[in-house]
Design a protein around this ligand. Sequence first.
Ligand code: FAD
Ligand code: 2HG
Ligand code: ZN
Length: 489
Amino acid sequence: SESYPEIKRDSRFSNLTKEHVEHFQSILGSESAVIDGFSKDASEDIEPYNSDWMRKYRGHAKLVLKPKTTEEVSKILKYCNDNMLAVVPQGGNTGLVGGSVPVFDEIVINLQRMNEIRSFDEVSGVLVADAGVILEVADNFLAEKNHIFPLDLGAKGSCQIGGNVAANAGGLRLLRYGSLHGNVLGIEAVLPDGTIVDDLSKLRKNNTGYDLKQLFIGGEGTIGIITGISILTPQRSPAVNVAYFGLESYEQVQKFFSEAKSKLSEILSAFELMDGRSQKLLVKASNKKLPLGGEHPFYCLIETSGSNTDHDNEKLQSLLEDVMENEIVSDGVLAQDQTQIQELWSCREGVPEHLGHWGGVYKYDVSIPIASMYDLVNDVRDRMTKAGLVGDDDSYPVVDVVGYGHMGDSNLHLNVPVRSYDKRVEKELEPYVYEWVQKHNGSISAEHGLGIAKKPYIGYSRSETMVKLMKQIKELYDPKGIMNPYKYI
Ligand code: FAD
Ligand code: 2HG
Ligand code: ZN
């Protein structure tokens, strides 16, 4: 786990006492609602709440609180604010920038017990639910109503919809359904002083002044705790197709993307890119067999979702003929049933998990104009090779340099799996990657946010004026600075 010698605990924050803990117990009652790291007979191990999904960031909270209602969140925050106790909001703890765990001894406020669906309107498709509902649970509920959650991602079995909104997660279908900034219609949130912001609008249109809920979307828990969301969910498509292709160059990948858009148009619901190296490592780590024989430098997964099977098949066939005839793709397979659909998706969704197999991964989640997107992976690999840091045997820290991601959104995931975290590797990567992205007019965080991992680098993607405006907002909403301190801003 990494430590931050450059960050000091803010001495304005109080140290947690027995009296504080007793007060929280009096608010929350139920035993399962408080994990008290002071007492030896704590109901649950506190460590999982202190360390992140990658096991890269580790905090030292002595207390985890699990409120069940918005009123309880309000009472907790008001007390924390009055007593200068710093807090970290936590959802499913699947975030990839160290934002969901404490840095020092901040109190963890975990939303897992706020897990009720509040309402669903079958005509408009508007879902209102508690922030702690697991994404997959929400989507399964919607499936029964022939609707779909407009966000999907590999962590769906653990992440929470409130965490998704706080992170403004992008995921696998953003190209079709757009970002949460458009789909989230309303938010219920609690400010640090305990004020409940009741803005659970179910309206698609509402031009009455500033759209303040947008600040919570992607706010990463720095201005308040989201307790409920209202979201527009589209109709679920009865006809879904998934196909997986091998391609010989990034030029071909770009051509394929253009062709897919023009031939499939409104039914295209995902266009994902995996380089050959990411697929090779997936095979090594999982013993899985790839759907295509031979080796290709690039692979693409596409998904279509439409309302009429024949119509969609016709469109897909026309795309396949076109890209085979013109040698844009060299091989491909179309899933024939639900099991095969899952199987093809696992070649994409399984990548982040399996790249962790060797010990650790340096992750960069970047937006880059599409033409130069993959150049970053090649340049970083060259750099690692020149530095003598990458190789097949255990004497090299770096296993390989790979790229994959959401081609449809121009969002690359540059991953550098390592046998152990190593300062020499870090020195080659940073600030090099950030400078590279800035030079190519990209963003250093496309969808994962800044958290603690990317906090020092915000200047590569935002001007001083923008950062100053963000600080003013932070000060306005959280004047005492108790909300997710040391992160983001
Ligand atoms: P957490 O990790 O618990 O928290 C994330 C941030 O939000 C933290 O800063 C936390 O303080 C804050 N927060 C959490 N809940 C609240 C709340 N109720 N109110 C206020 N603040 C809160 N991301 C993508 O964008 N696209 C992907 O495709 C994608 N795929 C992933 C695949 C895997 C296997 C994994 C492990 C992660 C992936 N992620 C992806 C990262 C992504 O950000 C998270 O999975 C998800 O959005 C976080 O939800 P969570 O409930 O786990 O939030
Ligand atoms: C994905 O798209 C996630 O799979 C994770 O955003 C990316 O781990 C990563 O770098
Ligand atoms: Zn992603």
